[in-house]
Design a protein around this ligand. Structure first.
Ligand SMILES: *[C@@H]1O[C@H](CO)[C@@H](O)[C@H](O)[C@H]1NC(C)=O
Ligand SMILES: [Zn+2]
Length: 419
């Protein structure tokens, strides 16, 4: 996309970076990203030049998050790591589980289809050791070379048809291809098929995450940021085990209501905006379709306090934390820099109820049955009180008295590894 002179000048002033971590966002994509006015009163606008924030903005660079999401999957091996497994067995590691996961999380709105070329492994031109594919040594340049090598190896032999995202899966023999980053650099396959993003899977599929790594990475292709710290601090620092973009193996991995709203799985009409003074809201659990999913207090142009109800149903089966979950969304933050911070402050939850699945904040939901009825987000003048639980629904009262804003304080201190 071409920048107007005024925009280019603003972008230069702003210093639009290339973001490289778990997800590579080309500088051009951020430079071309221009804020737009949200279509609903308590929505936050995404800031210009930050294409992957928690705000709402243009979605042209991203794969569609409702209706069909068309993926092409290819399998690669290497001169120093020839395959002894089969493409079909690798496909089965993801499908149909990953598509079912999206179907459930989206209330049936997102249909992931995977056109997989299971005829063979395409041989990469370089040894796996040369790509040195791990978190420490990763750069977007390395990833781009890997993707281009794979696309050249595939050639025109595979014609997947219209495709939103390319999945490149290595043989299990390629131990050196360690992790699974995503690139948002648009690519063309040899037959002219254009893709908006590529996920280059690694062995963390087997060693850490299972199929859900696909759901996390494809979340980036649909525009969602990482909710865990990029600097090596505890994975659960900001959102505990809530939301697969925070921790793939988290205790309550279904997307937060805010993400479901961003992706179009929750409608504006299912979001109740709280204004100054007192208001009452009845929330239905995030895991079930229908009803009001969130109460949102927009406290500034870039910050909102959000309340939703989490249960142990559906994708959150087995979760040890149920009840009202309150979090602060900051649309001015970059991916991996704390755009969402779950609020807690409850006593006696030093380790959390699932220490290995997100740390202290795994206990952050306020369970009315356990007499945890009030959440005070003092920093923003928001007090939320549960007044009744009706079936699985929470009836809450929000008091909002605006204060001069500040930044939410990070909570927790769990030591874990990144997702
Ligand atoms: C997809 O989700 C919808 C809505 O929750 C459900 O009715 C349907 O059975 C699901 N389909 C599959 C294949 O799981
Ligand atoms: Zn990520």
């Amino acid at each position: 996309m071409r920048l107007t002179p005024a925009l280019a000048a603003a972008a230069a002033l702003f210093h639009v970076p290339e973001v490289t971590a778990h997800v590579s966002i080309p500088q051009a994509l951020n430079e071309a990203f221009v804020a737009e006015k949200p279509d609903y009163e308590c929505k936050l606008a995404a800031p210009s030049f930050n294409s992957m924030s928690e705000g709402f903005g243009p979605r042209t660079a991203f794969a569609s998050s409702t209706g069909p999401l068309r993926a092409a999957m290819v399998f690669v091996d290497f001169p120093d790591a020839p395959a002894t497994d089969t493409p079909g067995s690798l496909l089965q590691a993801f499908m149909p589980a990953a598509a079912d996961w999206y179907n459930a999380s989206s209330y049936g709105r997102l249909h992931l289809t995977v056109a997989a070329d299971t005829r063979k492994f395409y041989r990469m031109p370089r040894p796996s050791a040369e790509y040195s594919w791990n978190r420490a040594g990763f750069t977007s340049q390395k990833q781009e070379r890997y993707i281009k090598d794979a696309i050249a190896a595939i050639g025109a032999e595979f014609k997947p048809g219209p495709t939103d995202v390319l999945y490149i899966v290595p043989t299990r023999q390629a131990a050196r291809i360690g992790f699974s980053p995503t690139s948002l650099t648009p690519m063309a396959l040899a037959d002219g098929t254009r893709v908006k993003g590529t996920v280059t899977f690694g062995q963390d599929l087997w060693t850490a995450w299972g199929f859900k790594v696909l759901n996390h990475e494809t979340g980036h292709v649909m525009g969602l940021p990482d909710l865990y710290p990029m600097d090596g601090r505890a994975t659960g620092l900001w959102v505990g085990g809530f939301d697969i973009m925070g921790l793939i193996s988290g205790s309550s991995p279904d997307y937060l209501g805010w993400h479901k709203w961003k992706l179009g799985w929750v409608d504006n009409a299912q979001v109740s905006c709280a204004k100054e003074g007192e208001s009452e809201h009845v929330l239905t659990p995030v895991e079930v379709a229908g009803g009001t999913k969130m109460a949102v207090v927009k406290v500034s142009d870039s910050v909102a306090v959000v309340a939703e109800v989490r249960t142990d149903a559906g994708l959150n089966h087995g979760s040890c934390s149920k009840g009202l979950l309150v979090y602060v969304v900051d649309a001015s933050k970059w991916t991996g820099n704390g755009p969402i911070v779950v609020q807690s402050g409850k006593a006696g939850t030093v380790r959390g109820c699932a220490p290995s699945k997100g740390g202290p904040l795994t206990s952050a939901a306020f369970d009315f049955a356990a007499k945890e009825a009030m959440v005070d987000v003092k920093k923003y003048g928001v007090t939320i009180t549960t007044t009744a639980v009706e079936g699985a629904n929470y009836r809450i009262k929000i008091k909002y008295a605006p204060v001069a804003g500040g930044r939410p304080k990070p909570a927790g201190g769990f030591l874990g590894f990144g997702g």
